[in-house]
Design a protein around this ligand. Structure first.
Ligand code: GLA
Length: 381
C-alpha cells in the first residue's frame, strides 16, 4: 500500500510498540532489527508503519545542562537522530513516549513544564509520533485537557507532523476532547493484558463508544497482545488461537489502531497469519472509518456490524461462551433487506454462502467468524 499521500490518521494508525513485550529492556539494536523484520516479514506491505519506542528510553532522572532529555547512552549509544534516520530509510516512521507529569509511568523524567523543549528535541531527531502518558498527573478532567493541550500545541509549533497518541486510559472521557487537543488517537481503557477477560473488556468499551471515533481521531483499545503467548513483560498467561483471532477481529471491527506488541523478529506462522490477513485488515482500514456497532447480544453470542465504504457490511459473529454454539444471522440484524446476498468468510478468504433471510454459522468457544456480506444495499438506519 502507498500511504505517501494519505492525510494523518485518515484510517486507524498501524505499527509496533515496544512496551508489551520488552518493557524497559529496549535498545537501538532491537529497534533496528524490528524495523528490518517489519519490512522483511511483509508487515510493512500490510500497512504497519509506526515503530514506537515506549517508556524507559531516556536517562532516568536528569536532563542535560540546557534542560533537554537525554537518551540512555547504554541503550541508544548512536543517538535518536541516527535511529530515526535508520527507521526512515526502511520506509517506516518512528515514535517516542513521554508523560504529562514530572515522571513517566515507569518513573523516568516526564515532560510537564518542558513541553516545547521536548517537542522541539523530538522534532530535531525526526520523530513522527508521540505517545503521551498520564501517570503522576492530576486526576480531574480539566487538568488532563490542559496538559494534553499544552503538548498538542508544542508539537504543532515544531512545524513537524506528529501523530499524537493520548494515553490517559479513558477515565476522563478523552473521546470527547481528544481531537480538540490535537490528538489522533486516545486510549479508552486501562492496559490490556495478555488474557481473555481484557479482550472482552475492550469489546464492551468499544460497544459504547463507537460514535466517537472516525477519520483523524480514533478510540484506541490499546496495543495488540497477539503473539505474546504469555511471554511479554506485561501480565497474562496468553490466549488461545481462537481468542487471539477474536482480539484482532474486534480491534479491526472497532477501528482501533493496530499496534503490534510482540517480538516481530520471531513471528511464528500462526501470529503472522493473524497479523497479516489483508481482508481482515481491510475492515480496519476501510475508508469510511465507521466503527462497528453491536447489533445483537443474546446470551454469550453477539453479532456486530460495520458499514464499509463499498456499500457492503462487515459482520462479526462472536461466541463469548465456554461451549461452541450456532449463531443465526438474520438480514434484519445487520440492517439488510431480505434479498439474495453473498457471505464471504474473511479469515478463510472464501465465499461461503448465498442467503436471503438468515445464515447459520457454527462458532467455537471464544471464536469470532468475520464475514463480509455483499449484494444488498443497507436499509436506511
Ligand atoms: C502505562 C501505559 C502503557 C505503557 C506503560 C509504560 O501503563 O498505559 O501502555 O506505556 O505506562 O510505563
Amino acid at each position: 500500500m502507498d500511504y505517501s499521500s494519505k492525510p494523518l490518521a485518515a484510517t486507524p494508525p498501524m505499527g509496533w510498540n515496544s512496551w508489551n513485550m520488552f518493557g524497559s529492556n529496549i535498545d537501538e539494536a532491537l529497534i533496528r532489527e524490528t524495523a528490518d523484520a517489519i519490512v522483511s516479514s511483509g508487515l510493512k506491505d500490510c500497512g504497519y508503519e509506526y515503530i514506537v519506542i515506549d517508556d524507559c528510553w531516556s536517562q532516568k532522572d536528569r536532563r542535560d545542562a540546557h534542560g533537554d532529555l537525554m537518551p540512555d547512552p547504554t541503550k541508544f549509544p548512536s543517538g535518536m537522530k541516527a535511529l530515526a534516520d535508520y527507521v526512515h530509510s526502511r520506509g517506516l516512521k518512528i515514535g517516542i513516549y513521554s508523560d504529562a507529569a514530572e515522571l513517566t509511568c515507569a518513573g523516568y523524567i516526564g515532560s510537564y513544564g518542558f513541553e516545547e523543549r521536548d517537542a522541539q528535541l523530538w522534532a530535531s531527531w525526526g520523530m513522527d509520533f508521540l505517545k503521551y502518558d498520564y501517570c503522576y498527573a492530576p486526576s480531574d478532567r480539566e487538568s488532563a485537557i490542559e496538559r494534553y493541550d499544552r503538548m498538542g500545541a508544542a508539537l504543532q509549533k515544531t512545524g513537524r507532523e506528529f501523530l499524537y497518541s493520548l494515553c490517559e486510559w479513558g477515565g476522563r472521557s478523552p473521546h470527547l476532547w481528544g481531537r480538540k487537543v490535537g490528538g489522533q488517537m486516545w486510549r479508552v481503557s486501562r492496559d490490556v493484558l495478555d488474557r481473555w477477560e481484557d479482550i472482552e473488556m475492550g469489546m464492551d468499551i468499544a460497544a459504547d463508544l463507537h460514535d466517537y471515533s472516525g477519520p483523524g481521531g480514533w478510540n484506541d483499545l490499546d496495543m495488540l497482545v497477539v503473539g505474546l503467548n504469555g511471554s511479554g513483560q506485561i501480565a497474562g498467561e496468553g490466549l488461545s488461537f481462537a481468542e487471539y483471532q477474536t482480539h484482532i477481529s474486534m480491534w479491526c471491527m472497532a477501528c482501533s489502531p493496530l499496534m503490534i506488541g510482540c517480538d516481530v523478529r520471531k513471528l511464528d506462522r500462526e501470529t503472522a497469519a493473524l497479523l497479516m490477513n489483508r481482508e481482515v485488515i481491510a475492515v480496519n482500514q476501510d475508508v469510511l472509518g465507521r466503527p462497528a456497532q453491536r447489533s445483537i447480544q443474546s446470551g454469550q453470542c453477539e453479532i456486530w456490524k460495520k458499514l464499509l465504504g463499498d456499500g457492503t457490511v462487515a459482520v462479526a459473529l462472536v461466541n463469548r461462551g465456554l461451549s461452541d454454539c450456532d449463531i443465526i444471522l438474520k438480514s434484519s440484524d445487520i440492517g439488510l433487506p431480505d434479498k439474495p446476498k453473498l457471505a464471504r468468510n474473511l479469515w478463510l478468504q472464501q465465499d461461503i454462502a448465498d442467503f436471503t433471510i438468515e445464515l447459520t454459522q457454527h462458532v467455537r468457544s471464544h471464536e469470532t467468524i468475520l464475514l463480509k456480506v455483499e449484494g444488498a444495499n443497507p436499509l436506511p438506519s
